[in-house]
Design a protein around this ligand. Structure first.
Ligand code: FES
Length: 171
């Protein structure tokens, strides 16, 4: 694909991100190598890798939408539906399970009033049960967006929720 084919008229992205993508696809010997970073940047801006994001990124790279969807389905960091402002990932893998990970998940469900992969009606929290997040030595562990919380008890988790509620201005 020639460089002049990088731009997409009627892009769904901000002018800044569209310009970044125009450049990004020229940086790799194979345009497809830009796929993961483009999906992550797009997700940060749009809130999810939805149908419109998939369509435009497929067009920009010159692959099919199915190719893009296959990659999205492989990476747990990518999601097709919007998460809450704070995405709470509760590990229930072996170390955390042995130290109360399942009980922590049940507590989070009850506290937030939502189930796994659901979002609170106010959009502040979403909840997801996940595999090991690499904090096994400090189990049970929970990741909220990019922050880790470990050695948790239900009381500590309540304080974590309260802290995020305050950040969202909803306390
Ligand atoms: S098992 Fe929970 S962080 Fe590794």
């Amino acid at each position: 694909m020639s460089p002049e084919m990088n731009s997409v008229p009627n892009t769904i992205f901000s002018p800044e991100l569209a310009a970044r993508f125009d450049k990004l696809v020229t940086l790799y010997p194979a345009r497809r190598s830009a796929l993961i970073p483009m999906l992550l940047y797009a997700q940060d801006e749009v809130g999810a890798v939805n149908d419109a994001v998939i369509a435009e990124i497929a067009q920009r790279i010159g692959i099919t939408e199915l190719d893009v969807r296959n990659v999205i389905s492989y990476y747990s960091l990518l999601h097709t539906k919007p998460h809450g402002k704070f995405h709470v990932q509760v590990c229930t893998n072996i170390s955390c399970m042995l130290r109360g990970g399942n009980e922590m998940l049940a507590h989070c469900k009850e506290k937030l009033g939502i189930g796994n992969k659901e979002t609170t009606p106010d959009g502040i929290f979403s909840l997801e049960e996940v595999e090991c997040i690499g904090a096994c030595c400090w189990a049970p562990a929970v990741q909220v967006n990019y922050d880790f919380h470990d050695n948790l008890t239900t009381e500590k988790m309540d304080a974590v929720f309260e802290n995020y509620r305050q950040k969202a201005g909803k306390s």
